[in-house]
Design a protein around this ligand. Structure first.
Ligand code: SF4
Ligand code: SF4
Length: 372
């Protein structure tokens, strides 16, 4: 089949708020060819952000409904689309590359794929993800670091999100698996990421290395992440969340890019900043090792914080032997403007980029029953 189906697929994906830009080198097409078989590319051209049943897709494609359903279900397991249940029926949704089919390649990582992905990130997708005004991601402070903070905002308490979730799935960290596939890897645990509610269902029903866990088990994962010095990252939403990632700069593409290129402003900060008690600080430097954003220096024997680099993750506070490192709320003019929901985040990104297609979050689909 000619390359044209893959060019059409690139253009189709590029309609979304978080798109799939073309490249001069053609690595965008090479990446799509690696991920999608030609027939899968054709089927994806018929997918939309609005969920569709297999029989609707079959009618569009002129296919036998049973055969169409089998192909769509296989694509779900290959991480090429989103499945969700609407009115007790399985529906299929067009997935963006990030956050989407890239993260869903969890069972298909090999060196060829990761090389293509890395080249594509450098040439085009990095700018697509980090070049906009509204971030896809935000840092959430580690639970223990904000227990004593006055007037903590509800969306900064991960525990609340976990306790409110109907279902939680524990999944492997795609970034650490990818880094291992590249022959790098790090010693941090792999089983660290949480998916919530419909996103949890999606990971479990498509065998994307996920298992349902209890709220207590999820809270234990968050404690483990703190011990391991992992930064908690979620969608840039004050309301619903689909996932909670626990990231390290050794393997996480987002963290590594932010730290190495100094793109701290491209990641929405937490509401808090480390303001160490200088009387108590002994300048021991323990916090330097904990801070993956290079926000701390020791000056004249005391910890000094770079306000633009501190992301308010709180990791420095939980191991400070003197209890000197502590989070306080940023001033109102420095507070991040966090969208009220995942849908509001995507709507903002769509408006900022002038993209023709909206993207519907798992929550929005359930709330409104959006379907073709
Ligand atoms: S770990 Fe605590 S005591 Fe040590 S330098 Fe950092 S803030 Fe100061
Ligand atoms: S100083 Fe570093 S470790 Fe501490 S809250 Fe800020 S970013 Fe996190």
């Amino acid at each position: 089949m000619p390359d044209s189906v893959y060019r059409k697929l690139q253009e189709h994906l590029n309609q979304l708020p978080m798109g799939f830009p073309p490249t001069e080198s053609g690595v965008d097409i090479a990446l799509l060819k690696k991920m999608y078989e030609p027939e899968e590319a054709e089927l994806t051209l018929a997918l939309t952000p609005a969920p569709q049943r297999a029989d609707q897709m079959a009618e569009k494609m002129g296919m036998d409904p049973g055969s169409c359903k089998a192909k769509l279900d296989r694509m779900g397991k290959r991480g090429l689309l989103i499945t969700t249940t609407v009115n007790d029926e399985r529906h299929y949704v067009l997935a963006p590359y990030i956050v989407g089919t890239y993260e869903y390649q969890i069972n298909r990582l090999d060196k060829e794929y990761t090389d293509l992905h890395n080249q594509y990130m450098m040439e085009a997708m990095g700018l697509e993800v980090f070049g906009g005004k509204t971030s896809l991601f935000r840092i959430v402070p580690v639970e223990k670091s904000v227990e004593s903070v006055q007037e903590i905002l509800p969306h900064d308490v991960v525990k609340t999100k976990i306790m409110e979730a109907d279902r939680i799935a524990l999944t492997d960290c795609l970034c650490r698996l990818k880094s291992k596939a590249e022959g790098r890897g790090c010693d941090h645990p792999v089983r660290t990421c949480l998916s919530l509610n419909r996103c949890a269902d999606f990971f479990i029903e498509n065998d994307l290395r996920a298992e349902e866990i209890t709220k207590e088990e999820a809270l234990a994962i968050m404690d483990m992440a703190d011990r391991e010095g992992l930064v908690t990252q979620t969608q840039n939403s004050a309301g619903d969340l689909d996932y909670i990632c626990n990231c390290c700069k050794c393997s996480c593409g987002i963290m590594a890019t932010v730290v190495h290129l100094g793109l701290h402003n491209q990641l929405t900060k937490a509401t808090y900043i480390n303001t160490p008690d200088l009387d108590a600080c002994t300048g021991c430097g323990t916090c330097l090792d904990r801070c993956m954003f290079k926000a701390i220096r020791i000056i004249d024997g005391k910890a000094s914080i770079h306000p633009n680099k501190c992301m308010g993750c709180g990791l420095c506070t939980t191991t400070c032997p003197e209890g000197a490192a502590k989070l306080t709320k940023r001033s109102p003019d420095q507070m991040p403007d966090v969208p009220e929901s995942v849908q509001a985040m995507y709507d903002r990104i769509q408006a900022e980029k002038g993209r023709p297609q909206a993207f519907h979050s798992f929550t929005e689909i359930q709330k409104t029953g959006i379907a073709d």
